[in-house]
Ligand binder design. Sequence first.
Ligand code: SF4
Length: 365
Amino acid sequence: MSSSPVALYGFTRPELVALVTGWGMSAVHAARLWKYLYLEGMDDFAAMSELPARLRSRLETETMPGRLAIARETHSSDGFTRKYLLALGDEHRIETVLMRYTGRTTACISSQVGCAMGCVFCATGQMGYTRHLTPGEIVAQAVHVDRVLRHTAEENPALSEADHFSPHHRHERLRNIVLMGMGEPLHNYDAVMKAADILCDGAGMGLGAKKITLSTVGVVPGIIRMTDEKRQMHLAVSLHGATQAERLALVPAARAWPLDALMDACRYYTETLDRRIFFEWTLIEGKNDGPDQAHAVGALLKGMQAQVNLIPLNPTSGYAGLPSHNTAAKRFQEILAGYGLPSTVRQRRGIDIGAGCGQLAVAEG
Ligand code: SF4
């Protein structure tokens, strides 16, 4: 018997079946356990009354679901965003964000403790890299948000209609995930893809792969591998600069994966999979929000299946830049439109609780 219990959220369904049948018990019970975990959101083995007692007892001694304890929860003042500081099994913590914008709920999930990519304007990058998350720790974040959505109304009967998470949204399930939390998901490729497979399993959470968006700083080998594996999730690529020199000033990872190689990989993705890429552009006043940069982006992406998401900079303690004004964002969009490129300007939400893009970070130690 292993000394520490294994976390079941890190198991695919076939692996769970192998575990249970390896104990000499039926695959039918493994299938029921999977439903308890993901369809019913249960994590108390003792309450899983349809499982035989000897299976429950074995689960209790040798495994755990892998639920992450909430170390802190904060709600934005406008009621649209909740941020959770979740405790991992060791001394580390991560942040996970639940958003309700334009009538849909989305979980922003972390893939690493910290990040090695060092984007200058990003709080996670400013804290450095600590470790990869396991598949189970990635899945557990989605399970946590799903549980919140299901139980918010019951647990908080006093919540008013004005709260965007209840009560008329009761019994809602998580349907959208963005891998845009702490960490670079393609730096932790195997764990992220295994977690996505677990979350998309039709007998469990049943998320559609196209309801998951993976955001990368531009890890070229990962983009090529996603393409070769015909991964169905959406891909977002952080661009931020339209020349190698301008990009490198904001994104140190551009040294390892220069702009030319990145664009080659992006074209390989869009042409092989016949899918669009979302290019993310953090708008920093006076730095990369001028008409010349907009024209450079237009020329770079012209003819590609692409959409540009413009994100006015969110404040972090380690970077002095300011967000662009609405007029600059609008002008940027108009120029992109001239190149046939659709674009959006991301709403700034959750800023008051440090839950906006590039703001996630936890104090370590
Ligand atoms: S923006 Fe993403 S890739 Fe860059 S440092 Fe932050 S978490 Fe890492």
